[in-house]
Design a protein around this ligand. Structure first.
Ligand SMILES: [Fe+2]
Ligand SMILES: [Fe+2]
Length: 468
């Protein structure tokens, strides 16, 4: 009767089911090393988002931080199932692993950072995760194998991006000059018995190089050359979006601008995550999910402009929201502003309105993007209630505090102009004309005249919607 049916619920062959495997204690010790490195990868990627100028790295670090947080969470849950209390998940498994992560966190520029991350740490973790699956008993330890498979899948994606990033950013001369540091990282891993701890511990710990001076988070956002004129707040897209004189199709340009401008949210949220200590792990994991969503919203804006055949880099993508918040407020105050703004997106006039405009525009891709953007923002309002509002007696006092913090932020609109950082050029008519040429339609004379700035505006739904 059983001819041809796979044994062991299809998990593995009989030979593998009889594999000696590892004890629960050995499995837990190994997985704790993966957990530690995933948490540190999450920390390193998050810490480096704000001040990293390159758009592709900023957004990839946002994704990689989120993925590493997800897999760290899965391992925490699994270790919890393995007879472990006290869990000891905050214990550093070996000084060599810590050394390696500290050095990469403190890498002086993107080149050292991508080499350390994507040529040393991520491949070492990936090897160890694969090795774990080949070593543990697949029947007895099946739940661990399951999470390791998912982890491997996404580490391979990270590794794939990372290898291309290294090729794009690092030339032979730079790599040769950095060889001693890369050897130092390898030496630290050897001293730790490999990332897995399954090899003999080999040699002493090297001396710190970049981490000899402790790393300090850089709160000042930076952008690459495609983001020229980042202080420009010469166009108020919300004013256009809510003006009934204008057509939905023309408003799509402002929607895409607003999405792309959301790059300032990861730049700001990275600081909340990195500079807030002592919260439960789930706080960091949830905030990282939201951070990645915001980076993704920015990428939706890029995709939107690409879909219209427009070069987004000609538009000044403002960054003074993250700059002002990061340099004027504490992490908790920044979180308060974020929640206040995102809560303001929930009524009909917020995300639903943007989606309705997109639906009416006749551009299905815009409607699709706004549909998901809206869904994401509903999630973010929930996360805010979980991790921000609970510190207050009620929702109203949490919102009032956010409102007060936001009022206290100085926009420096005139100051940035007077210091020659921008002339707040009205970039709208140029963009609008190009879009009309693409669409093969004549510009609406009223729309072309639009010239409302942010000079006297606090950018939120008190006036109408802004970031988030
Ligand atoms: Fe959001
Ligand atoms: Fe968003």
């Amino acid at each position: 009767m059983n001819e041809g049916l796979p044994p062991f619920a299809g998990l593995c062959s009989p030979a593998d089911a009889l594999r000696p495997g590892l004890s629960v204690e050995e499995c837990v010790a190994w997985m704790k090393r993966h957990h530690y490195v995933l948490q540190r990868l999450h920390q390193i990627c998050t810490a480096r988002i704000t001040a990293e100028p390159l758009y592709e790295l900023k957004t990839a670090f946002s994704l990689h931080a989120y993925l590493c947080a997800e897999h760290a969470s899965a391992i925490r849950k699994r270790v919890n199932e393995l007879r472990e209390p006290p869990l000891g998940l905050e214990v550093i498994p070996h000084r060599g692993l810590q050394f390696c992560c500290d050095e990469i966190l403190a890498a002086p520029s993107a080149k050292e950072l991508v080499l350390g991350l994507y040529e040393i740490l991520v491949p070492a973790l990936l090897d160890s995760v694969r090795d774990y699956q080949a070593t543990t008993n697949p029947l007895a330890d099946s739940p661990s194998i399951r999470i390791a498979r998912f982890c491997q899948l996404e580490l391979e994606d990270i590794d794939h991006f990372g290898r291309q990033a290294v090729v794009a950013l690092v030339d032979d001369e730079f790599r040769a000059a950095l060889q001693p540091w890369l050897d130092t990282l390898r030496q630290a891993l050897s001293a730790a018995g490999g990332l897995s701890g399954r090899q003999p511990e080999c040699g002493p710990l090297p001396s710190p190089q970049f981490s000899a001076t402790p790393y300090v988070y850089d709160r000042v956002p930076r952008r690459d050359a495609r983001f020229h004129d980042s202080y420009n707040a010469g166009v108020n897209p919300e004013a256009f979006l809510y003006d009934e004189r204008f057509q939905p199709r023309d408003k799509v340009l402002m929607l895409y601008y607003k999405r792309l401008r959301e790059l300032d949210v990861p730049e700001m949220m990275a600081g909340i995550i990195h500079e807030t200590a002592g919260k439960p792990w789930k706080f960091y994991a949830d905030m990282s999910r939201q951070l990645w969503d915001e980076a993704r919203h920015s990428l939706l804006g890029e995709a939107g402009f690409r879909s219209l055949g427009l070069d987004w880099s000609q538009i000044p993508i403002n960054f003074t929201w993250s700059l002002n918040l990061n340099t004027q407020l504490t992490p908790q105050e920044r979180h308060a502003v974020l929640f206040f703004i995102e809560q303001g997106l929930m009524p009909r006039t917020g995300k639903r309105y943007e989606w309705e405009v997109a639906q009416a525009s006749g551009l299905p891709l815009t409607a699709l993007f706004q549909d998901f953007d809206w869904a994401d923002e509903v999630l973010h309002a929930q996360l805010g209630r979980e991790w921000y509002v609970k510190d207050f007696p009620d929702l109203k006092s949490a919102l009032d505090y956010g409102d007060r913090c936001w009022t206290q932020v100085m926009s420096h609109w005139r100051d940035y102009r007077d210091r020659g950082l921008t002339d707040h050029r009205n970039w709208w008519p140029d963009l609008y004309r190009q879009a009309c040429a693409r669409w093969g339609v004549a510009p609406d004379p009223a729309a072309i005249e639009f010239s409302e700035t942010y000079a006297d505006t606090r950018a939120d739904l008190k006036q109408i919607s802004a970031s988030g």
